[in-house]
Design a protein around this ligand. Structure first.
Ligand SMILES: Nc1ncnc2c1ncn2[C@@H]1O[C@H](COP(=O)(O)OP(=O)(O)OP(=O)(O)O)[C@@H](O)[C@H]1O
Length: 470
């Protein structure tokens, strides 16, 4: 199956105007090649076709990538890499999990062709690769991603009302899919505005629970009222209790109760809550009898719950009881292109609502990618709404209307807060932050950091040896 193919580049440029709307099931592509020109053109082209692309230029880099990412729908693998043969990667990977694996080589040989076929390689192509062939591969990857989507509805870019196409979000959707049908208590943790409540709603939506979804913000209820709000009270049980009142647990009977900001609950209430979680029996304030409740509890918080335990504001036993199944909602800045996807959806909803056809200016598109969105999706939503109202000639100028929070965040973005770290620790933080921002794309992160990909990669290998806490 040796094949001679023509140049890819003309095709890449020609195809750059097309933008596939495959957001519903972005195919994932892993490109492994030490030819950086090929790598960046192929990456840009595949991205324009709606793919989520990871790149690597050595076996070691590719191994790190496959360890951290889901198996790709398409893998293009160069045979001769600086630190070994691309086929070495296949020895370390369960090729059955991958979609199509295509080996590229500049120097075809019978030995490598035979080894490639033994290792479940789907095609063996002599460089340079023809653009039309690359298109065919991307189309097949797209079909594969779509069938994945059909076989697992939550593997898509939407889960309940949550949108997200990045790998990190689709992994989170998978967690929601797994836990939803069970009765497990779930601990949802993440920055403000990242979507914790939507996660809780999605878990309820994908469960079989027919009761209501009820949410309480424990931080917003005065400490002396939280007991009666959660568990209810009988008439006359305290001044002002003029009638019987069913608390949130009873209101959520057969459904789901979200305890938002649960770390803000007074300690005495945490003790009672722990008991309720064990027995599912509640007693209204002033009542003599217990009620058994069938309620799935989801706890959410902005602060790190383990730190809340260390700070003495959260009971350790309650933490362990709630942390049955933790879900971390990633900040928007670590979701790759999701900010664009979300901004586009928010704008489309406004256009549909008002019968307009406004679009983002090029500067707004740039702003969406560059800005760190410290207020996460909520901040993005508000920024789009505000800029929509201010639009002139149908152009949304997102950068032109920063609010004070945006300005504050912009000012602080360049400042690394120094709290006694060594230079090496600061460097590690910067590299990790850049990787998080680019959805773990090392080439992109290296560009942002102004260093070579090799430097990023060597550092990562060192950090891996040092361990997570070094
Ligand atoms: N992935 C997402 N897709 C679409 N909308 C989202 C997404 N994440 C959040 N939102 C929207 O952003 C806003 C904030 O989300 P949500 O209230 O769930 O955040 P939160 O993490 O619970 O915030 P807080 O901690 O401040 O309560 C809501 O309007 C929500 O609809």
């Amino acid at each position: 199956m040796l094949r001679k193919v023509g140049p890819l580049h003309a095709r890449l440029i020609q195809g750059c105007k097309e933008y596939s709307n495959m957001a519903q099931a972005a195919p994932s592509v892993l490109l492994v090649d030490d030819d950086h020109t090929f790598l960046s053109s192929a990456r840009d082209y595949a991205r324009l076709k709606g793919c989520e692309v990871h790149t690597a230029s050595t076996v070691r880099d590719a191994m790190l990538t496959v360890e951290q990412c889901a198996p790709p729908d398409l893998m293009l693998l160069d045979l001769s890499l600086p630190d070994g043969s691309g086929l070495d990667l296949l020895d370390h990977l369960d090729a059955r999990d991958c979609g199509e694996i295509v080996v590229l080589t500049g120097e075809p040989g019978v030995d490598t062709a035979v080894r490639a076929m033994r290792l479940r390689v789907d095609d063996y192509v002599v460089k340079p690769m023809r653009g039309g062939y690359f298109d065919t591969l991307l189309q097949r990857a797209t079909r594969r991603a779509q069938s994945r989507l059909l076989s697992s509805p939550l593997a898509s870019s939407q889960c309940g009302d949550l949108l997200g196409n990045s790998l990190i979000m689709r992994r989170m959707f998978k967690l929601i899919e797994r836990v939803a049908p069970t009765d497990n208590t779930v601990l949802v943790h993440g920055e403000s505005g990242a979507g914790k409540e939507l996660v809780a709603r999605a878990i309820h939506q994908y469960s079989d629970r027919r009761g209501r979804f009820v949410a309480i913000n424990c931080g917003a209820v005065p400490p002396d009222l939280i007991g009666s709000q959660l568990f209810g009270h009988e008439r006359g049980s305290f001044t002002g209790a003029i009638r019987d009142h069913a608390g949130y647990f009873e209101q959520a009977q057969g459904g789901t109760l979200l305890l938002d900001e649960f770390t803000e609950m007074p300690m005495s209430m945490q003790t009672y809550l722990l008991r309720v979680l064990e027995t599912r029996d509640i007693t209204r304030i002033g009542a003599r009898t217990k009620h058994h409740v069938d309620v799935r509890v989801i706890a959410a918080c902005n602060r790190d719950p383990a730190a809340a335990v260390r700070d003495g504001v959260l009971r350790e036993d309650l933490y362990y009881r709630l942390a049955d199944f933790p879900i971390e909602v990633p900040p928007l800045r670590s979701r790759g292109d999701d900010a664009h996807l979300l901004a586009g959806r928010f704008l489309r909803a406004l256009n549909d609502e008002h019968g307009t056809n406004h679009g983002f200016s090029a500067a707004s598109e740039e702003f969406i990618s560059q800005y760190a969105w410290p207020g996460n999706v909520r901040e993005l939503l508000h920024a789009v709404r505000r800029a929509y109202l201010m639009a002139e000639d149908g152009k949304i100028e997102l950068a032109a209307y920063p609010d004070p929070a945006v300005l504050g965040a912009r000012a602080s973005r360049g400042d690394l807060r120094w709290s006694g770290q060594t230079l090496e620790e600061l460097e590690r933080e910067a590299i990790e932050a850049a990787l998080a921002r680019c959805g773990n794309d090392k080439t992109h992160a290296a560009r942002l950091l102004g260093v070579s990909v090799k430097t990023v990669y060597n550092k990562l290998v060192r950090y891996k040896k040092q361990g997570p806490d070094a």
